[in-house]
Design a protein around this ligand. Structure first.
Ligand code: MG
Length: 404
């Protein structure tokens, strides 16, 4: 039985400074794994869960700009405006709960921002347990033998590990009860709780344990971040194992004019180029190469010259459409390599602008885009200056299950 999402809100605590990770770019929840911030991954795990209706993030007051950057590319439809946190984790959770008090959801999940790899099944188990308990937390049994020390590095005893669990988040509670428990704990202020289950326990609430997940570990140290990055890369390599190559070729004729478009860059020139669209041979060859990787025909099929829609069209639209088809299949572009054949104009002065423009259109890093140029030693139509040509080769990586 699934819970009505309008009854479930999630609070993500992201106000910590993360001193232990000592990450150069700031707090660890803003560090990137696989090019995406840890916090973005945590938000997405909860916001895409079908049983979660609203997500509220508690941030450090200094992190507003960082937080805004995290939202880039995220579906923000379930996100409430962020609220500033307090000096402690417990205080920050309280800020989040107070911000939800007016709308008072039936249930609340409280999650650490530094747990970016939260499986949906864990969220479902926590919510399901709330049907019969005041609270529920995911946890895993301890595998290591536990020792207690006297603080001088010497063992004083061995702790019986039976019945001991490692607590994870999200920790779920009936909203009104955990809010009341937090308010009381804040007044008492004798104990600083390290998780919300402890706050609940102090209030006499019954909190269930459900099965957590090893993947749902908390990123605390720089080593944790490095391990998470390596694990992500390994998963991506396994996921995008269907490697495809596509080739494209295009020719356009010179005509009167004062500029031409090449690889998305406007180049002043004593001649223009004939064509239905903006006649950018570089982007046309690139589009055909992209389409070639997924067997999706050629540029003429998608954008017929007979269609007035494309008259004078900026050719980056053709590339964007080819990219949309690849993205729909879960693919990514590994690299693009374009060679331009002409005597004039000289490509060298524009090469870096062309690379930057194509990297932006393709949404990939600059070092994955190459632009080369050659004359044809005065031979053939390019040599005689009748027109110019471009060739493109691209590599695309797709998940194997999309093979048809
Ligand atoms: Mg063309």
């Amino acid at each position: 039985m699934s819970t009505d999402p309008s009854q479930v809100a999630a609070v993500i605590v992201a106000a910590g400074r993360g001193a232990r990770a000592a990450h150069s770019s700031g707090p660890k929840q803003y560090a990137e794994i696989g090019g995406r911030p840890v916090l973005a991954r945590a938000i997405e795990a909860l916001a895409t869960h079908p049983e979660v209706g609203k997500v509220l993030v508690v941030i450090h007051p200094d992190d507003r700009a960082r937080y805004e950057a995290v939202l880039t590319g995220l579906d923000a439809s379930k996100l409430l405006p962020p609220v500033p946190g307090a000096a402690t984790r417990q205080g920050s959770v309280r800020c989040g709960l107070e911000a939800l008090a007016a709308s008072s959801p039936g249930l609340v999940l409280i999650h650490d921002a530094a747990r970016p790899d939260l499986p949906a099944a864990v969220v479902s188990r926590v919510i399901a347990a709330l049907a019969t308990h005041d609270g529920a937390i995911p946890a895993l049994p301890t595998a290591d033998t536990l020792k207690r020390s006297d603080g001088t590095g010497v063992i004083t005893d061995t702790v019986d590990r039976r019945g001991l669990f490692r607590a994870q988040t999200p920790q779920g509670f009936h909203f009104a009860r955990i809010l009341a428990a937090h308010r009381r704990a804040a007044e008492a202020s004798s104990v600083e709780c390290t998780d919300d289950a402890q706050v609940a326990e102090l209030a006499g609430m019954r909190v269930a344990l459900v099965e957590g997940a090893e993947a749902n570990g908390k990123l605390t140290t720089a080593e944790d971040l490095a391990k998470a990055e390596a694990a992500w890369r390994q998963r991506e390599n396994a996921r995008l194992s269907d490697v495809r190559t596509g080739f494209g070729f295009d020719v356009h004729r010179f005509r009167d004019g004062d500029h031409l478009m090449l690889c998305g860059v406007r180049i002043p020139h004593e001649r223009g180029v004939e064509g239905h669209s903006d006649a950018d041979v570089g982007l046309h060859a690139l589009t055909d190469a992209l389409l070639g990787t997924i067997g999706a025909g050629d540029i003429g099929v998608h954008f017929p010259p007979s269609d007035p829609t494309w008259k004078g069209a900026s050719s980056d639209r053709f590339v964007a459409e080819a990219m949309r088809l690849i993205t729909m299949r879960g693919g990514v572009v590994a690299n693009a390599d374009v060679t331009i054949l002409c005597e004039q104009p000289r490509i060298g002065p524009h090469r870096e602008a062309m690379r930057a423009r194509m990297a932006a259109i393709l949404g990939i890093a600059l070092d994955r885009v190459s632009v080369k140029a050659t004359t044809t030693e005065g031979l053939g139509f390019t040599g005689r200056g009748e027109g110019l040509a471009a060739q493109a080769v691209v590599t695309v990586r797709l998940p194997p299950e999309t093979v048809v």
